[in-house]
Design a protein around this ligand. Structure first.
Ligand SMILES: [Cu+2]
Length: 225
């Protein structure tokens, strides 16, 4: 009982500041759209199957009249076969097209413009280093300008970490010896919690950080400080 109560408390406390599906960037909005789309398609399938299931149970229930009937044997039904082959294909195409488009767009670093901001994100046990183009470095706070395209270049010095700011985008692995990239355009000012989402050692929890999205002027000022 005590254990259960403690687990409940942990669950409630741990969920405080890392809210998912509350997008504050274009990338996060696109990803949220994909989640809602796949959930919608899934619920549609569940609904249709449930209605048919209940309908058939009712239609073919035992009654006084049919108790001793032997059902006619159906040797395949072309219309039905076509429907349940084609319908899932259509649903999957409807899911695949936006998924591929958004996934490629989020990681299409080649399509950036001249005023894209590039930030080097280096993970190590147990801290992040956010490096800007003018040489400025921070550890606990990643500061980004609002409404500007940002490309994060993510690498690790040791083990596998995972960069995660739920309100700005999904998790992305940070690997040693390899660079992963992520394109985000924050569209609302504010402070968003971030963390390492891959257990990387004893002080893994130290890898929390804050992402501050500020207006352009404030950002330039901060950058030159
Ligand atoms: Cu880590």
């Amino acid at each position: 009982m005590k254990k259960l109560a403690m687990m409940a408390v942990l669950l409630i406390l741990s969920g405080c500041n890392l809210r998912v599906l509350d997008p504050k960037s274009q990338t996060a909005s696109d990803q949220a759209f994909l989640i809602y789309l796949s959930f919608g398609i899934m619920m549609f399938v569940v609904l249709v199957v449930t209605i048919l299931f209940i309908g058939f149970i009712w239609k073919y229930r035992e009654t006084e009249k049919n108790r001793y009937d032997i059902p006619k044997h159906e040797e395949g039904n072309r219309t039905l076969e076509i429907i349940w082959t084609v319908l899932p294909i259509i649903l999957l195409i409807g899911l695949a097209i936006p998924t591929v488009m958004i996934t490629y767009d989020v990681s299409d670093i080649g399509a950036t413009s001249d005023d894209t901001l590039h930030v080097n994100v280096v993970a190590e046990q147990y801290q992040w280093t956010f490096g800007y183009e003018n040489g400025k470095e921070t550890h606990k706070n990643l500061v980004l300008p609002v409404d500007q395209e940002v490309v994060l270049h993510l690498t690790s010095k040791d083990v596998i970490h995972s960069f995660w700011v739920p309100k700005l985008g999904g998790k992305i692995d940070v690997l040693p010896g390899e660079e992963n990239q992520m394109k985000i355009t924050p569209n609302e000012e504010g402070t968003y919690q971030g963390k390492c989402a891959e257990y990387c050692g004893t002080l893994h929890t130290d890898m929390r950080f804050e992402t501050e999205v500020v207006d352009q002027e404030e950002f330039q000022q901060w950058l030159e400080e």
